[in-house]
Design a protein around this ligand. Structure first.
Ligand code: AMP
Length: 414
């Protein structure tokens, strides 16, 4: 019996692992500059949290959640996204009352039971941020610019920023009504759209099957109230002044119900049909809906796997600098302890000086030839050989594994 990773999951290793940590590292640096602090939440939560926040009629809640019961019969769900959990934590720790102006980021795995394909998985990683208690258009623009900066940081500069306004509690119902009226006349709607028409008509706008039929549907922009219109144009003028190019996309609705006003998606032509690298928007009512004090907020999440797929296309992986590998070998078994102590000291020295090296070895009970073969296998650039005669004179042999040359060097000089 052999085992495979469950469908839709994948192991992250090699260049992808390097890319993933570099992306996280760059993200942490950028978040810090913008004043965001890390907040880690559990991987599973009360399933009702997601049902309530994301919305009962969304694809995520209707068909994509991993729900299970624990031994006490509690209904739990693996988190399908980060915002609901962060809002839960924000309220649970009374930050909505005590320190509402919070800026938080998160990094971690999300789970959705989707049909797997390139760029779409059942377990994937997101890096996201939430900006609480700020209703200014500057917060929306900052979040979009921040998401864009994360992509630039790993060499993805060919991106399309799509933005839309979904209006507020005052103007959105009018748009919803107009949509229901208009879509009622569209023939042969797909099964999902028939359901959405009744329960969540906004979602029809991003249906992949029927979208070609919706050429003349009403536009939210025609229904925005004056406040929402002003807000939308202010966000746009801030984006322009920050040098961020964008497209207003009337069909952008996003698959989560909690959004109000600004929503956005950052897409790349480099990654096929799953082209949304990052997405987000404003959610002014969610904190209150989940039991907290009214706290306007805006956030985004970036899908690490998709971002790395796009980065691969830009040649980003070729530019990754890998540490120099050094192998410590022994020509004489009795020098095993000395070689080990040298290897340990070298690692510690490397740590102190921040030198980009990886140290391997030594191993005992293997011939020198075998040790050097292993050094070749792991692509070590140098082998440092502990041999009795040289060691007695305070020296070691340093072999250049590529050039096949060797020199004697005093241990103190290394
Ligand atoms: P969302 O949480 O749906 O707003 O998605 C935010 C970002 O997460 C998307 O732009 C994608 O990059 C990524 N994402 C969402 N679902 C998946 C998935 N099933 N597999 C991989 N990445 C995903």
């Amino acid at each position: 019996m052999t085992y495979k990773a469950p469908r839709g999951t994948h192991d992250v290793f090699g260049n992808n692992a390097l890319g993933m940590s570099l992306l996280e590292q760059k993200a942490r640096g950028i978040f810090q500059k913008h004043g965001f602090e890390e907040l880690r939440t559990p991987i599973f939560e009360d399933a009702a949290l997601f049902m309530r926040s994301i919305g009962q009629t969304t694809d995520i809640v209707e068909k994509e959640m991993y729900i299970f019961e624990d031994r006490k019969g509690r209904k739990l769900a693996l988190r399908p996204e980060g915002t609901a959990s962060l809002v839960r934590a924000f309220i649970e720790h009374r930050m909505d009352v005590l320190t509402p102006a919070g800026k938080f980021f998160y990094v971690g795995e999300m789970f959705r039971y989707e049909r797997p394909q390139a760029g779409r998985y059942r377990q994937f990683h997101q890096i996201g941020a939430e900006f609480f208690d700020n209703s200014s258009p500057a917060a929306d623009a900052e979040i979009i610019v921040l998401a864009q900066d994360l992509l630039f940081a790993i060499g993805i500069d060919k991106i399309n920023v799509h933005i839309n306004s979904l209006g507020c509690q005052n103007c959105r119902p009018l748009f919803r009504e107009a949509l229901v009226k208009d879509f009622g006349f569209v023939e042969n709607l797909c099964e999902d759209c028939v359901r959405r028409l009744e329960k969540n008509p906004l979602r029809l706008l991003d249906c992949k099957v029927d979208s070609y039929k919706f050429t003349a549907v009403p536009q939210m922009s025609d229904y925005l109230c004056d406040d929402c219109k002003d807000n939308f144009s202010l966000v746009q003028s801030l984006l322009k002044s920050a040098g961020c190019a964008y497209t207003v996309d009337g069909k952008l609705v996003r698959g989560l119900d909690y959004y109000t006003r600004i929503v956005f998606e950052i897409r790349s032509d480099a990654v096929g049909s799953q082209d949304a690298l990052a997405a987000g928007g404003r959610y002014d009512n969610l904190v209150e809906e989940l039991g907290g004090k009214h706290t306007p907020a805006v956030g985004f999440a970036l899908g690490c796997e998709r971002v790395l797929l796009a980065a691969e296309k830009t040649g980003f992986f070729n530019s990754l600098k890998k540490p120099e590998k050094i192998f410590v070998a022994i020509a004489d078994q009795e020098l095993f302890n000395e070689a080990f102590s040298f290897a340990t000291k070298t690692v510690r020295k490397g740590l102190k000086s921040n030198k980009d090296i990886s140290v391997f070895g030594p191993v005992n009970n293997k011939s020198l030839t075998n040790q050097l073969k292993f050094a070749d296998k792991i692509k070590a650039s140098k082998a440092i050989v502990f041999a009795k005669t040289e060691f007695e004179n305070g020296k070691v042999l340093v072999k250049d594994m590529k050039e096949k040359t060797q020199i004697e060097i005093s241990i103190n000089e290394l």
